[in-house]
Design a protein around this ligand. Structure first.
Ligand code: NAI
Length: 282
């Protein structure tokens, strides 16, 4: 089985993916544009492992061995030996397309190129390569070490073999996969959460109920771990607006049009937890 992984982007998701893969025995090369980003990413992984060790879920030796399997680089050609490359850079289609174009020329013919995008159709990224059948979506969830889902996305030309390799990789890290067989913007998960958040914002904006009560309705009525407005604050109102806008642009489905309040909150810089104010004050 393939055992060499490269992760592009050492941010929240890339470092999390590197972490679970290294723990599962993969040799992982993490690439980012600056040493500073790589240092922050690896520190995040170490801090997370320290918590697992504290809770008795991992031994110090296992954490140390996993850390040894991670190497970092600011040079993209460090991916040359990878069996799978997972891209986790900014959610911007042009940045990702450019990266896929470059990766296509650097990796082995058999290497699978995966994207962690949460909403961009995989076919758009695959089209930047000469081998679109080896491109696939592997959408992990945050925080990666704790969330057990990986949403696999088949682009228009993704081969069965590529999908099988992606599944094998995700399952080796302990994740359970769902498969998105038709490459729609937002896939299954981002469409569902976007529809729920947009409706929650509309209810709140119309004064139908308080933010607390809308969230309580989902938590106590539907068993959700977190209400949609608290989720928006955690994920970032700006990020969700961007995602719903993309889904709306692709699907032309009115229900994904970002509500006025959501647009004004982004104008005002009320992005949620990271700015201290969103639907709640922090
Ligand atoms: P982030 O902003 O934390 O990290 C992105 C990293 O990519 C940064 O360290 C940046 O320096 C690096 N980067 C940007 N361009 C690069 C390039 N050309 N080459 C190498 N490195 C580059 O972003 P985050 O949150 O980790 O998201 C990454 C991807 O995962 C996005 O596509 C996002 O939509 C997706 N995603 C995010 C989730 C979240 O909860 N944050 C959940 C699921 C998916």
């Amino acid at each position: 089985m393939a055992r060499e992984l490269a992760v592009i982007g050492a941010g929240l998701m890339g470092s999390g993916i590197a972490q679970v893969a290294a723990q599962a025995g993969w040799r992982v090369t993490v690439v980012d544009t600056t040493e500073e980003a790589l240092r922050r990413g690896v520190q995040g992984v170490q801090a997370s492992w320290a918590k697992f060790v504290e809770k008795g879920k991992l031994t110090q030796d296992e954490a140390a061995a996993a850390l040894e399997r991670i190497t970092t680089s600011t040079e993209l050609d460090a991916v040359a030996h990878a069996d799978i490359v997972v891209e986790a850079v900014f959610e911007q289609v042009e940045v990702k397309r450019e990266l896929f174009r470059t990766l296509d020329g650097l990796v082995k013919d058999t290497t699978v190129l995966a994207s962690n995008t949460s909403a961009i159709p995989i076919t758009k990224l695959a089209a930047a390569t000469r081998n679109p059948e080896r491109v696939v979506g592997t959408h992990f969830f945050s925080p990666v070490p704790l969330m057990s889902l990986c949403e696999l996305v088949r682009g228009l030309k993704t081969s069965d073999e590529t999908l099988a390799t992606a599944r094998e990789f995700a399952e080796s890290t302990g994740k359970t996969c769902i498969v998105v067989e038709r490459d729609v913007a937002g896939f299954v998960t981002t469409r569902l959460i976007s529809a729920l958040v947009v409706e929650a914002v509309k209810l709140y904006e119309a004064g139908v109920a308080s933010a607390e009560d809308i969230d309580l309705a989902c938590k106590l009525g539907f068993g959700h771990a977190m209400g949609p407005l608290a989720t928006a604050d955690l994920t970032g109102v700006d990020i969700l607006k961007h995602a719903t806008e993309n889904i709306y642009a692709e699907s032309r489905d009115e229900k994904f049009a970002p509500p006025e309040l959501m647009r004004r909150m982004v104008d005002a810089g009320d992005f949620g937890r990271k700015t201290g104010r969103g639907f709640y004050a922090y």
